[in-house]
Write a protein that binds this ligand. Structure first.
Ligand code: NCD
Length: 318
């Protein structure tokens, strides 16, 4: 099993075989997570620090659990209460933590590119837990594993990504990953919520849900990310739900066995009907959360193997 990367900063730098390596290992962790033997020691003796400069429920909890299940010493910094509030820069905070010799640093930050910058300054493995509108690699990987388990494959599927594409790092990482694995991607949403330069993505674009959903195998819904909007992108939430909210009627245009996904947090009645989100015959939203822990265990395990083999090489060279 080879995974030749020092960090996990995005999907962009990964080759299809890297993606498969992570998913194959995560698959095993997912099975183990359902058994009595869910703890392992792949990260024993390592220190993992989580730095979340933006709110998070699922991602932070699952990185924390993933580290603990593999035996790491895990510390989650309360960034609201940290020296950042006293004017310290991101880099100063990172350097301070770096001096404490962590092995894995998990970072979420509101600015696109902040996590890449930080990775250049520290000498441990950095995992991007979401940076601005840029990337959210572990989310795309957990989505991919959920799709692969539900559909039995991760290629030649028709996948619709719907809603606020422009502000979404989840959409961006998914478009890159699903494209690398040779799927057909359709983006559906109002033109105001489509990113500039959309043509470069090699996807089909629709502003009509029923047309866009015609025959798709996977429907991925996104939250309206109001915290990243500085103006009126939509007329009203009611109008938005009417045109772009996923309900049973719109879903009827997709393939009869199409699955429904959402990264959370969900706004019921804004982008998705609450009953549909809870309908276990169609919705895999809970599986996404479950796969989140498994994918983060796999990613940290693979990065830790590289850390250990680098340390061995350095010892031999010395
Ligand atoms: C997403 C995020 O933070 O980018 N959530 C998540 O990680 N589960 C999507 C969102 O906030 O809408």
């Amino acid at each position: 099993m080879s995974f030749d990367h020092a960090h996990l900063l995005g999907i962009e730098p990964l080759a299809p075989r890297d993606i498969t390596t992570i998913l194959d290992l995560a698959d095993q962790y997912a099975d183990r997570g359902r058994s009595a033997a869910k703890y392992g020691d792949a990260l024993a003796g390592l220190t993992q620090i989580n730095m979340f400069f933006e709110n998070s429920t699922r991602t932070q909890a699952s990185f924390e659990l993933a580290g603990k299940r593999l035996g790491a010493d895990v510390m989650s910094m309360a960034m609201q209460a940290s020296s950042i509030k006293k004017g310290e820069t991101l880099i100063d905070t990172a350097m301070t933590l770096n001096a404490m010799h962590p092995d894995l640093l998990v970072v979420r930050h509101p600015h696109s590119g902040a996590v890449n910058l930080l990775a250049q300054k520290v000498n441990c493995a950095v995992l991007n837990a979401g940076d601005g509108r840029h990337e959210h690699p572990t989310q795309a990987l957990l989505d991919a594993l959920t799709i692969r388990r539900a559909k039995g494959r991760l290629h030649r599927l028709n996948i619709a990504i719907c809603g606020d594409i422009a502000h979404s790092r989840v959409a961006r990482s998914n478009i890159i990953l699903l494209g690398k694995m040779e799927n057909r991607i359709r983006l559906i949403g109002p033109p105001t919520l489509m990113p500039a330069g959309i043509a470069e993505f090699g996807t089909e674009v629709y502003d009509d849900m029923k047309k866009g959903l015609e025959g798709v195998d996977v429907v991925m819904m996104l939250r309206l990310q109001r915290e990243r909007m500085d103006g009126g992108f939509i007329p009203s939430e009611r109008e938005y739900y009417h045109r772009y909210g996923l309900d049973a009627e719109k879903l009827a245009h997709a393939a009869p066995d199409a699955i429904v996904m959402h990264p959370g947090p969900m706004n019921r009645g804004v982008e998705i009907d609450g009953e549909l989100a809870d309908d276990l015959r169609r919705s895999v939203i809970q599986q996404q959360v479950e796969m989140g822990v498994a994918v983060r265990m796999a990613a940290m395990d693979l990065l830790a193997r590289n850390l250990r083999s680098r340390a061995t090489t350095e010892t031999v060279m010395a």
